[in-house]
Design a protein around this ligand. Structure first.
Ligand code: GRG
Ligand code: ZN
Length: 314
């Protein structure tokens, strides 16, 4: 299966950061702040975050903030959204630069998107999804401002999205999907509400996501994809059931999706690489305790040392 081409992946991520006008960058224009979070977190897991100019990144992140509402857009001048706002906060935390942020302004923006039933809209246009519950809860917890929302109602809403198979969907009655399960289990973990999860039932559903090739899929009958090495494995880690899958086979699947020549990781073997799947692969290997990588926190999706600095000042 070969080893992790750590140095090649570092070079790949640095090269994507620099290329601002090629096709992939064009497609990603509106998602740039998410892409920056995935790329920078990967560099940090690979212990190479010093390779980027932190002042340059931090000032670009700050230029994505909407001065009126306080939320962040995906790029300079773009509309604010909860997901972009979470990425902005995560990037600032990777560089330990929360000092530059008006924390109450940002957290008021996030809290203002909570609805009467406890759910969250992603932005002023109102789409409701448990992804946004996660973004809000994760972001406010990182900013030490969870008291600005009705956390009890937020938890009740997430629990109302739980299905008979133990999984969670995007809205009440929505089909279970590993991505949504990450969001719901992550938000429940952060709020200390994991007692709402039936660990054995959900663990069973999640470990059934492992396919013959060793990779994980997002829901029944789908193909394995490296991104589920993050969505499924982080969920299994939070409910303490990682040992229910074959970890060696999963590591081999991820390592097989590397571009060994030019760096980067793809969704499945021999496909084109991208920054997202490079993160998902490296983060999955980190959860599998692959040698040399920093450990990642499965709920906050940040390196454990960063999370410890936030909550314990270490
Ligand atoms: C900070 C880690 C972090 C996340 C932020 C936005 C968000 C919160 C989470 C997104 C969770 C989610 C719904 C992920 C799933 C993405 C995905 C690959 C969807 C496609 O699913 P299918 O089942 O297709 O339609 P596949 O490709 O699996 O066949
Ligand atoms: Zn994928």
């Amino acid at each position: 299966m070969g080893e992790l081409e750590a140095e090649k992946h570092v070079q790949y991520i640095l090269s994507v950061e620099k290329r601002k006008d090629d096709f992939e960058s064009l497609l990603m224009e509106h998602l740039r702040i998410n892409g920056a979070y995935w790329g920078l977190t990967t560099l940090d897991l690979l212990r190479k975050i010093e390779a980027v100019d932190s002042d340059e990144v931090v000032s670009w992140v700050m230029s994505c903030q909407d001065q009126d509402c306080g939320g962040f857009g995906g790029n300079v001048g773009h509309d604010a959204h909860l997901h972009y706002t979470l990425s902005a906060v995560q990037i600032l935390l990777l560089f330990d630069r929360l000092d530059i942020l008006d924390i109450d302004k940002v957290s008021d923006y996030v809290a203002g998107l909570q609805n009467e039933d406890g759910s969250f809209s992603g932005d002023i246009w109102g789409e409701v999804d448990t992804r946004f519950s996660y973004c809000a809860i994760c972001c406010l917890s990182l900013l030490h401002r969870l008291d600005k929302i009705n956390a009890e109602k937020a938890v009740d809403y997430i629990v109302s999205c739980k299905n008979l198979d133990g999984g969670f969907g995007s809205i009440p009655g929505g089909e279970s999907h590993s991505g949504q399960i990450f969001c719901c289990v992550g938000a429940l973990a952060i709020t200390g509400s994991l007692h709402h999860v039936d660990r054995d039932l959900l663990g069973w559903w999640l470990c059934e996501r492992q396919c013959k090739d060793g990779g994980l899929n997002g829901r029944p009958e789908k193909l394995a994809d490296v991104c589920y090495s993050w969505w499924v494995l982080s969920s299994l880690t939070m409910i303490d059931r990682v040992h229910w899958i074959d970890r060696e086979k999963l590591a081999a699947f991820i390592l097989n999706c590397q571009d060994r020549e030019n760096g980067g990781i793809s969704d499945r073997p021999d496909n084109a690489v991208d920054v997202f799947h490079t993160y998902f692969g490296v983060a999955g290997l980190s959860l599998l305790e692959y040698p040399g990588l920093k450990p990642i926190d499965p709920a906050y999706a940040l390196p454990v040392d960063v999370v410890n600095r936030i909550f314990f000042g270490k």
